[in-house]
Write a protein that binds this ligand. Structure first.
Ligand SMILES: *[C@@H]1O[C@H](CO)[C@@H](O)[C@H](O)[C@H]1NC(C)=O
Ligand SMILES: [Zn+2]
Ligand SMILES: [Zn+2]
Length: 476
């Protein structure tokens, strides 16, 4: 904590009303604002008297330093541009500090990091907070070898919380406006943690303070980046109201900064060797209420439903109608993305995950030892390079594998592929359109997903009973 002592621990209400009862009072209030700003963010150590004795050399230098950093004309005077910038909302971490000179602190010494959301703001639903944080994590994950997973209990590297005013560290928050959040550089304990000022009005769009944007900036600090003077950079300290959230991307300055600490991401393993149904769509996040939404794979898991899409999955439980949205790597860091198929065998409490000619076994959030294995060990002929979809019939203990217009059946009791297969999907599941993306068994039906359409199939009547949109499970 010692190196944080340069912060002056005053918490003056800098955003209080500026008295209009006279030019002198206005000037006083501007000076108070400037003093507080330079103390908080530019390591100014002074007292009020010194500040009021005209602009001393030191203070002129500090004002110039601030003006240069924030891209203003370096006049050294409290001109209107400078005062305006000082009133803008910003990150609570100083622009000059000693973090980067503290021995051993600048970066994480590991590439897999954990984060935990300790509590929530009442401004947004919990899943909106979760998804803003997750998107912020992806921003950095995409340009580094770092991977992140979320913890729900215990000590994570990055503990995230919302708090107001004095909240247990030496940086008090200051009510609405001004300082929005702060984060600590990499290290144990408090280090790496992110605090959001809950006196801000946090929003998903740009109508208030956008949580995703501020979270992405603060995460930059948690990973060891400091403020950038580049006004295009995410790590620029001022909160620039931005409107085109969907087109958000890191500036080259941010990328250079983070890669100077951790290097670039490993060469992509995402490129499939054989064509798959789901062409990686860049870094676009799938939208659950997109009518064109299709799935890569669907499985049950201990009474919940998992809908896999690209690098993500939605998790729906029976009692919570709002599905949760997660990165696959958050739960199972060693699993690939862009899956082909998934199914659960209840009796073994295991979900099997398929991609290309390999498959994995998972139990809860643990990938089992000894995987991946080759799909041919299940009894597929060597000509089969991948499967499209799979489902395990819980009563009959049979697993169905769908490949183009055919299917195979695997006996879970004898652990072997049954004789007489493959058969044509059209013969045994009339009305279902091959090529199947994913299959789910629920309520005595099989639900076949093909692109944005879904066929509800009654296995007793051997007919399609309804055709639905694929996204119907996600409560749109
Ligand atoms: C959230 O947790 C932090 C850290 O434990 C605490 O300081 C803060 O008061 C909590 N905020 C809410 C809204 O419960
Ligand atoms: Zn910052
Ligand atoms: Zn704090």
């Amino acid at each position: 904590m010692m190196h944080l002592a340069f912060l002056v621990l005053l918490c003056l209400p800098v955003c209080s009303a500026y008295p209009l009862s006279g030019a002198a009072k206005q000037e006083d209030s501007n000076r108070d604002l400037a003093q507080q700003y330079l103390e908080n963010y530019y390591n100014l150590k002074t007292d009020v008297k010194q500040f009021r004795r005209k602009e001393s050399n030191l203070i002129v230098k500090k004002i110039q330093q601030m003006q240069k950093f924030l891209g203003l004309a370096a006049t050294g005077k409290l001109d209107s541009d400078t005062l305006e910038v000082m009133r803008k909302p910003r990150c609570g971490v100083p622009d000059v500090g000693h973090f980067h000179t503290f021995p051993g602190i600048p970066k994480w010494r590991k590439t897999h990091l954990t984060y935990r959301i300790m509590n929530y703001t009442s401004d947004l639903p919990g899943d909106a907070v979760d998804s803003a944080i997750e998107k912020a994590v992806i921003v950095w994950e995409e340009v580094t070898p770092l991977t992140f997973s979320r913890l729900y209990e215990g000590e994570a590297d990055i503990m995230i919380s919302f708090a107001v005013k004095e909240h247990g560290d030496f940086y008090s928050f200051d009510g609405s406006g001004h300082s929005l959040a702060h984060a600590y550089p990499p290290g144990p304990g408090l280090y790496g943690d992110i605090h959001f000022d809950d006196d801000e009005h946090w929003t998903e769009d740009a109508s208030g303070t956008n949580l995703f944007f501020v979270a992405a900036h603060e995460l930059g600090h948690s990973l060891g980046l400091f403020h950038s003077a580049n006004t295009e950079a995410l790590m620029y300290p001022l909160y620039n109201s931005f409107t085109e959230l969907t087109r958000f991307h890191l500036s080259q300055d941010d990328v250079n900064g983070i890669q100077s600490l951790y290097g670039p991401p490993p060469a992509s393993t995402e490129e499939p060797l054989v064509p798959t149904k789901s062409v990686p769509s860049g870094s676009r996040t799938p939208a659950k209420c997109d009518p064109a939404l299709s799935f890569d794979a669907i499985s049950t898991l201990r009474g919940e439903y998992l809908f896999f899409k690209d690098r993500y999955f939605w998790r729906r439980s029976h009692w919570n109608s709002e599905p949760e949205f997660h990165l696959i790597s958050t739960f199972w860091p060693s699993l690939p993305s862009y899956l082909d198929a998934a199914y659960e065998v209840n009796s073994r409490d295991t979900v099997f995950i398929f991609k290309g000619n390999e498959f994995w076994a998972i139990r809860g959030n643990e990938v089992q030892a000894g995987y991946p294995r080759g799909i041919h060990t299940l009894g597929f002929p060597p000509t089969i390079r991948k499967i499209d979809a799979a489902v395990s019939d819980k009563e009959k203990k049979k697993t169905y594998f769908f490949v183009e217009d055919k299917y195979w059946r695997f006996d879970e009791n004898s652990q072997s592929m049954e004789q007489g297969f493959p058969r044509l999907i059209a013969d045994d599941f009339p009305g279902v359109e091959p090529k199947v993306d994913a299959v789910l068994q629920a309520f005595g039906f099989f639900y076949f997903f093909s692109g944005s359409s879904q066929f509800e199939f009654d296995p007793n009547a051997r007919m399609v009973t309804r055709i639905l949109k694929s996204y119907s499970w996600l409560h749109c």
